[in-house]
Design a protein around this ligand. Structure first.
Ligand code: C5P
Length: 234
């Protein structure tokens, strides 16, 4: 079985991130580096985490003109990340440019293209927020619209909330990879995640990858926590 656990390294320092990565690399599938860690640790933290042998998901959610996004995706590909994110709301031309840059740069560098993941509607948006920016006010409809647009634009994966997995699986070609945060085992203390599924439930609903942060990195023994989650997926 491919290990579907991606650990979100939402920790303040590169030292802490690297320590976690070294401890967890043998028992998880990848590590997610987000804006805070990348802005503080720079590309060097990506290289150091890749050096543990682990895959890296660079979650910088690119959104810009197609040429600029293509160049950022090319740079991330040269950095040898295995997944990265872009905003679907950047439009079809931007998404096509991102996918093309990933494929072409990978070919030139002799490695596999990273999986470019589209982010549809941020879970911080509600229908008021969507109306304010002039988008379709129904969150579910806007998610579907952007998901379909991204697939038509050649994107091979999406980030989605646990509660969107089942609907998106109905709607999209089966080879589209779905990456989902909002995972809780039930054992951890309550936090800001409101709509969650367990790792098993999310995989059964059709997730391809699970992004898990606090249930692993904030556990007393992160490695044991990851191993326990993996066991529930066997
Ligand atoms: O600690 P936790 O498991 O909640 O971490 C989830 C990770 O996924 C964090 O890095 C968070 O920013 C990210 N994420 C999320 N919900 C979204 C999109 C991303 O929790 N809708």
């Amino acid at each position: 079985m491919r290990n579907p656990i991606i650990v979100a390294l939402d920790v303040p320092t590169a030292e802490k991130a690297l320590q976690l990565a070294e401890q967890l690399a043998p028992v998880v599938g990848a590590f997610k580096i987000g804006k805070e860690l990348f802005v503080s640790g720079g590309p060097e933290i990506v290289r150091k985490i890749r050096a543990t042998g682990a895959s890296v998901f660079l979650d910088l959610k690119f959104h810009d003109i197609p040429n600029t996004v293509a160049k950022a995706v090319a740079a991330a590909t040269r950095l040898d990340v295995q997944m990265l994110t872009i905003h679907c709301s950047g439009g079809s031309e931007m998404m096509r440019a991102a996918e093309k840059a990933a494929q072409e740069t990978a070919l030139q560098s002799g490695r596999n293209a990273p999986l470019v993941l589209g982010v549809t509607v941020l879970t911080s948006f509600d229908s008021n927020g969507l109306s304010e920016i002039g988008a379709e006010a129904n969150v579910g409809k806007q998610v579907e619209r952007l998901a379909q647009l991204s697939v038509r634009s050649g994107i091979r994966g999406l980030v989605c909330s646990p509660l969107e997995i089942a609907d998106l699986r109905q709607l999209l070609p089966k080879e589209i990879q779905l990456v989902t945060p909002g995972i809780r085992t039930g054992a951890e203390k309550a936090d800001d995640q409101k709509r969650t599924l367990t790792p098993r439930e999310a995989m059964d609903a059709g997730a391809s990858w699970l992004v898990i942060g606090r249930p692993i990195y904030a556990a007393e023994n992160p490695r044991a926590a990851a191993e326990l989650i993996l066991k529930t997926l066997e």
